[in-house]
Write a protein that binds this ligand. Sequence first.
Ligand code: NAP
Length: 500
Amino acid sequence: MNQSEKPTALIMIFGATGDLANRKLFPSLYRLYQKGKLDRFAVVGVARRSITNEQFQQNVRDSILSADSNDTNIDDFISRFVYHSHDVTDSNSYATLNQISDELDQRYQLDGNRIFYLAMAPEFFGTIAEHLKMDGLTNVAGFKRLVIEKPFGRSLESAQKLNEQIRTAFAENEIYRIDHYLGKEMVQNIEVIRFANAMFEPLWNNRYISNIQITSSETLGVEERGRYYETSGALRDMVQNHMLQMVALLAMEPPIRLTTEEIRSEKVRALRSLRQISGEEINQYFVRGQYGEGNLNGEELVAYRNEDMVDPKSNTETFVAGKLMIDNFRWAGVPFYIRTGKRMLTKQTKIVVQFKDIPMNLYYQTEQELQPNLLVIHIQPEEGITLHLNAKKSGQSLAAKPVKLSYANRGIDGINTPEAYEKLLYDCMRGDATNFTHWDEVALSWSFVDNISRVWENTPEVSFPNYESNTMGPKAAHDLLERDGFHWWPVTMLDVETCK
Ligand code: NAP
């Protein structure tokens, strides 16, 4: 494993003229370069359109300047980018790609290390991997690694098929499946908060925690991604990957060491403990929603069914709420509630850990009941932690009032936390796969999600659209918690910026 601080590699980006490459990958590579974390490297961009090297380099420059507007000294960085126009389904041009790679390898002394980043539609993943092997591109003196974007299949079966294809060319430990949530500062912080604090780990179980709520909401609709979204929906797009990854990190046992293998194996064990639900039970545990029309600051918002490339009778869910039970000693009886959706009231990802009430309330509050203790982990756009406690109300009475202790990453450190892609690219270059998903995690997540999507696909939801745009989702999502005596903590109350 190359864990060097300044890794060396040729990075081949398939889909180099696309949105992901331009908005995330080029600026992230540049930031690594600026920080002196990249030394010997070169990039080959691959896509079909016929553009010259100069045009490609100009695209890279533009993408960097639009992300980091005040950086102009980027000539050396840009000079390491080469473009190869190539249809990935065409067998003939892989040989040329190999030749270009060998030349760059020699010019920049890249030790035969290659990273193949597939920033393209998933239907091409298998073909590219097979060609890379067949045409000798993976036959290198150094390491070879494959980075793939979501979606990794759209069911367990299709994911298995895809996995078999890419495994013909890459071993499991050479495959880096991106879940960019795992690159987020505060998602990585979940483990630290849990395992580095004596005041949390002893309480992190069903004796002290009453429920955990994870919300990942967006204000945008599907925008121009209607075609993709129709084949996906919120369950596949968000729950199978990001939401279940956060559940696994919250629920896993402490790893014996902070190694990739140990952490992944604990996450796998947590996912294996998920209560499997199927058939009729799905309605008791999961709620689906689809946004209707709405209004945002006077602007009319269109219903999902009226979006571009969307079936006017679409049965696709744009919102999911669910109750997950983890049937092991630590978590028996503690619901993990998740919800995610589009066209919701706020853009945010937050985790709320609600502790059980103390056995007896000695204090009283004039306006409200004593509040339970909450630990709120703000994942995005704010990054931080808030602890909701009760403290004495000033004055002579013995009343308690809620107080918040807050730590905000941005506010305190005054730095922008590294973009998830920057961290993940660097991890991959160093051979650290901890924050990428192992096949076992992918397979377990799909088998959980498949049970739900099978039922939903076979029983169209007659009430769609069932939530107004610019709201927090359908009423049924609130009923889901109410049945258990809980409620979603209102986002306004949890805002990190307002904490004092
Ligand atoms: P995109 O903007 O549509 O870009 C697709 C790229 O693939 C373009 O560079 C396109 O260039 C190239 N391409 C298409 N067919 C090709 C072929 N036959 N041979 C060679 N190149 C071909 O897509 P994207 O948004 O960047 O997304 C790429 C992947 O990342 C997808 O799997 C997506 O789900 C995933 N993803 C994207 C984001 C994001 O923020 N965009 C976030 C998470 C995951 P030409 O037309 O020139 O060939």
